[in-house]
Design a protein around this ligand. Structure first.
Ligand SMILES: Cc1cc2nc3c(=O)[nH]c(=O)nc-3n(C[C@H](O)[C@H](O)[C@H](O)COP(=O)(O)O)c2cc1C
Length: 179
């Protein structure tokens, strides 16, 4: 029997990523796990309004989503506990700038460079609707030019117990389950 546990957020695990932004002409980073796929070309990134990043994202209308692997976890985690309001995070990672002038973190295995085309505000959150401009992936994670999630294991996050996880085993292609 299923038990009603209330109106809890439970759409987990979700990938966790470092959001790169430029605030007051300086690179800033924040950690996020609240994403949404809203079309084949658009992603939603949900950031609390009081975050320092939001100011720069609103101004430049751009951000990067840097997925992380286990090797990056400690440094990535730090970006989620310190605000750019209080500490300069611009030197935490080496990076190059993408076409939108936003940081593509060298160590991140996969970076999505986005322009922000809209903001949906609700409950104290800026939900940035992002158009995918480019996706940069480490060669070693590609098979036939496609991201191979058997090789690339992005770190995931779940809210109820605040734990990080890795992706698990492959069960098969969806077409193979078709009757
Ligand atoms: C695992 C983890 C996931 C997080 N996910 C989000 C998120 O999805 N949205 C959000 O607004 N804040 C999230 N945060 C909190 C921000 O990353 C954090 O408040 C950060 O310091 C904001 O930085 P800024 O003020 O420099 O923008 C998360 C923090 C952690 C540790």
């Amino acid at each position: 029997m299923k038990k009603n546990i209330g109106t809890k957020l439970c759409l987990y695990p979700m990938p966790v990523a470092i959001i790169g932004s430029v605030v007051k002409n300086k690179i800033n980073y924040a950690l996020a796990a609240h994403f949404g796929i809203v079309s084949h070309h658009h992603i939603l990134v949900s950031l609390a309004k009081n975050h320092y990043s939001n100011m720069g994202i609103r101004e430049n209308k751009a951000l990067t989503i840097n997925l992380i692997d286990e090797d990056m976890l400690i440094a990535a985690n730090q970006t989620g506990f310190v605000s750019g309001k209080d500490q300069d995070k611009s030197n935490m990672f080496t990076y190059r700038l993408g076409e939108t002038g936003l940081p593509i973190i060298d160590k991140a295995p996969l970076t999505i460079e986005c322009s922000v085309i809209d903001i949906y505000e609700i409950d104290g959150f800026d939900n940035f609707i992002c158009e995918i401009k480019a996706v940069y992936v480490e060669d070693k994670y590609l098979t036939n030019n496609q991201i191979d999630y058997q090789k690339f294991k992005p770190v995931l996050f779940e809210f109820p117990t605040y734990q990080y996880l890795l992706t698990g085993k492959v069960l098969g292609k969806c077409i193979s389950f078709k009757k």
